[in-house]
Design a protein around this ligand. Sequence first.
Ligand SMILES: [Zn+2]
Length: 446
Amino acid sequence: MQISPLHTWIAAELDQDPNSDLDLVALRALQLERLNRTLAHASANSPFYQNRFQNRQRRPLDSLQGLTELPFTSADDLRQQGLQMLGVSQSAIERVVTLESSGTTGPAKRLYFTGEELARTQAFFRLGMGPYLDPGDRVLILLPGELPASAGNLLATALQPLGVDCQIEGIVIDPGRCVTLLAEEDFDCVVGIPVQVLSVLRHPNVLTIPRDRIKSVFLTSDYVPSALVKEIDKRWGCPAINHYGMTEMALTGGVECRALYGYHLREPHLYFEVIDPVNGRTLPAGETGEVVVTTLTRKGLPLIRYRTGDLASLIDEPCPCGSNLPRLSKLQGRIAQRMNIGAGQQLGIPQLDEALFALPELLNYEAVLTAKNGINCLTLSIESTTGAQQDLLAEVDGCLRDLPAISTALAAGTLCLPATRSCGKPLPVSATIKRSIIDRRKEQLP
Ligand SMILES: [Zn+2]
């Protein structure tokens, strides 16, 4: 198996032999040096951090563990004080990315990047995807690409030096059109959002796409159900590589290797911690908690101990690809999207995805929680390749009832489960991007 390209890259950064285990002590020393530079830069140039660190002694940390003494930053800090967080003048900022998040009021989240930072992101895109691409290959990008700082556009320009031809198709509005494109034209690689790619794979005309034409699929932006990875392998005979990123990480934080077993991380640029989301304590490898990220090379808008809201665990055992670099486990959803359904049980998109997308006819679903007489009520509407077939609806019901969290809550009487219904028409495109269980329990019902 080919070793992760991140192993080779980090070996070069550390001036080590890429053909042997990396000296992780040296990697941590490099991170510490960059962290201390970031702290000094932020304390000197960013009004937000000047204020936040005013009682802190201005001396370098002597270990990465020292970082745990510093306060967290949050999405609210970004929303309310984004401009004060800047460590450079606004004229030095090349791109501003605005994230309007649904369900929250007040100012939008804005991220600011210098040209150098965007160039580093693009270099990382090339690094992660390079081993799967040959000069002359064609890449179909199913990500937003209208704006210069959009993921699709940054990715397409990043890959140009590899001699590949990128077509930015944008998010998938019509899966049939994508199937036709992939059947009639020679694309070697597809980059997209998981449930959108699933809608292409489960389209009735998918068999018109020759098997073995597509050499790799990169999935990003949302939870990746294991049924999708298996189906890409079965249908197209190629790996489905999961990418981890968020705008706060300048879009990219890590990428899987051929082992498809956790993300190798962008460690020379980012330092990752996993914490207990309740008490903020650092968790050991293997324990799932909130991912916290600190930027190590950003001057524009440095983030120090930024709480991502994502759930995952660190993996410190060697990877099957041969690298001894630690990894981050596949994401387990977002903290804000884990719904309490009583009897001590929580439910999120990852559990529903794993249970439901195992059904080959399912294209997407919408899950809504309401409350009736103090009891949680989970209603599912599905979109399928077969329409409203009663046996499929019953199968979905069965899958739900088999989920441990749901069966426990049902038995305890804290949850009721009306029969699954068909959506009738396709769910809106927004329901295929960042999906969550819709919580209407606080709304007044007629
Ligand atoms: Zn690996």
